[in-house]
Design a protein around this ligand. Structure first.
Ligand code: MG
Length: 384
C-alpha cells in the first residue's frame, strides 16, 4: 500500500481513490483470513465473493459495482474460468490427468460432488478447487440463459486449452487463436451475460467478433508485460514468427534489452496488439448501460496505459513493469463516460506516437497502426 501511495504521490485524485477503496473495502481490500479458513465459516455465495476478492485482485471492486443479478453471474463465470485456468497453469500435472480435466471441466458445473485437491500453484486457487461444490451450488441458482452461457464458454475454453497443451504458438494466427480461447471467449461470454441481463445493453452487428477483440487486446497486453516473468517460469506465449525476425532464441531479448533489435521486437508485439483497438472502440460506443460501460472500460483503459508504458521500454525485457494501482482505483470510483475513454486512449496513443521515432526499425508499421487507432476514435476534439 505504501509503495502504491508513493507511486501516486503526484496524483491527489488517485490517492483519494486508493484510500477510499481501502476504507470502504468494497471487495477491493479482500478478507485478511486465509481462504481455506473462510471456507468453513461462510455460506456458499459469501465464499464465492471471498474467493473472488482473493483471486481476482484489482478487478473484484469493479465486479462488485455491477447490478446484483449480473454481479452474481459475472462472479461465478469468473470463478469457473479461474478454476479451469488453474488446471491449465499447473505444470506439474501429468498430461493423462490434465487433458481429460480440461476437456470435461464444463461438465463439472453440473456435478455437485466434483472437487479436486492438490492442484494449483497458489494456495487460494487450490482452496477454490477443493471447495468447488460451493461454486456449483451458487451457479445452480443462476438463470438458465446465464448457466448455459457459462457451460458453453467453459466447454470451448477447456477444449482450446487442451489443443494448446502440446501445440506451440508459431504464427500470429496461432497467437490469435490461443488468445481467443483464453480471453476472447471471456469477452464473448460476458457480452452474452450482459444481454441475458438486459437485451438492449449492448447493440452490435458482429457481436462475437468485436467481443473477441476486447479479450485479445487485454490478453496480449498481459502477455507482453509478463515476458520476463514467463521466461523465468519457462513458458512463452510470444509467437515465434514475430520474435524469430529479430532473435534466434526468445531469451536473447533479455540478454540485450537496450538493443535496437530487441526493442523493435517488443514494439512489433505492441503494434500487433494495437490492431484490436478499433474493435474495442466500436464495442464501447455501443454499450448502452452505465454500469456495464464502467465494468468494461476500466480494464481497457488500464491496458492502453500499460501498452504506452511498455512501448520501447527495455525494462519489460528484464523485469516486471506494472501500471500504478492508483489509476485503477480512480477509474473504479469515478463515473467514466465515453469521452473519458476516448481521452485516455488518445493520450496513451500519443505517448506511443511520440516514442515512435522515424529511423527506428518497425517505425512505419507502428505509425500506420496508430493512424488506424486515431481514425477509429474519430472525435473532433481529439483530432488536432
Ligand atoms: Mg493459463
Amino acid at each position: 500500500m505504501l509503495l502504491t501511495l508513493y507511486k501516486s504521490a503526484l496524483r491527489p485524485l488517485e490517492i483519494k481513490a486508493l484510500l477510499k477503496l481501502k476504507i470502504r473495502g468494497n471487495g477491493y481490500a479482500p478478507h485478511t483470513e486465509p481462504l481455506g479458513q473462510l471456507a468453513s465459516q461462510l455460506d456458499d455465495k459469501a465464499f464465492c465473493y471471498a474467493a473472488l476478492g482473493k483471486v481476482s485482485r484489482s478487478f473484484s471492486a469493479v465486479i462488485q459495482q455491477l447490478p446484483n443479478e449480473l454481479k452474481d453471474a459475472v462472479c461465478i463465470f469468473y470463478l469457473v474460468l479461474r478454476a479451469l485456468d488453474t488446471i491449465e497453469d499447473d505444470m506439474t500435472l501429468q498430461q493423462d490427468i490434465k487433458q481429460p480435466l480440461l476437456l470435461n471441466f464444463y461438465k463439472h458445473s453440473q456435478d455437485e460432488a466434483f472437487s479436486i485437491s492438490g492442484i494449483g500453484d497458489n494456495a487460494d486457487y487450490m482452496v477454490l478447487l477443493e471447495n468447488y461444490p460451493k461454486v456449483y451450488r451458487t451457479f445452480s441458482n443462476l438463470n438458465n440463459k446465464t448457466k448455459s452461457t457459462i457451460v458453453d464458454i467453459t466447454r470451448q475454453m477447456g477444449s482450446g486449452m487442451s489443443e494448446f497443451t502440446d501445440k506451440k504458438i508459431i504464427s500470429v494466427d496461432d497467437f490469435d487463436l490461443y488468445c481467443h480461447y483464453v480471453a476472447g471467449l471471456v469477452g464473448i461470454g460476458l457480452t452474452r451475460l450482459f444481454l441475458a441481463f438486459n437485451s438492449l445493453s449492448v447493440t452490435l452487428v458482429d457481436t462475437d467478433a468485436v467481443s473477441n477483440s476486447m479479450g485479445l487486446f487485454l490478453q496480449k497486453t498481459n502477455i507482453i508485460r509478463d515476458y520476463y516473468e514467463d521466461l523465468d517460469a519457462d513458458r512463452t506465449f510470444w509467437p515465434k514468427n514475430i520474435w524469430s525476425e529479430y532473435v534466434d532464441k526468445l531469451e536473447d531479448l533479455a540478454k540485450n534489452p537496450k538493443s535496437e533489435t530487441s526493442l523493435a521486437c517488443l514494439n512489433h508485439m505492441i503494434t500487433d496488439t494495437l490492431r484490436h483497438i478499433p474493435d474495442c472502440i466500436e464495442y464501447m460506443r455501443n454499450v448502452k448501460d452505465n454500469k456495464i460501460f464502467r465494468f468494461t472500460a476500466v480494464p481497457q483503459i488500464m491496458a492502453i496505459a500499460t501498452l504506452a508504458k511498455l512501448y520501447n521500454n527495455p525494462k519489460v525485457l528484464t523485469d516486471v513493469v506494472k501500471v500504478r494501482k492508483g489509476l485503477a482505483a480512480k477509474l473504479m470510483l469515478y463515473n467514466i463516460t465515453l469521452n473519458d475513454l476516448f481521452r485516455y486512449f488518445w493520450k496513451n496513443i500519443r505517448i506511443i506516437e511520440k516514442k515512435n521515432n522515424p529511423g527506428m526499425p518497425y517505425h512505419h508499421e507502428t505509425k500506420l497502426m496508430i493512424d488506424q487507432v486515431k481514425n477509429s476514435i474519430n472525435h473532433k476534439r481529439y483530432q488536432q
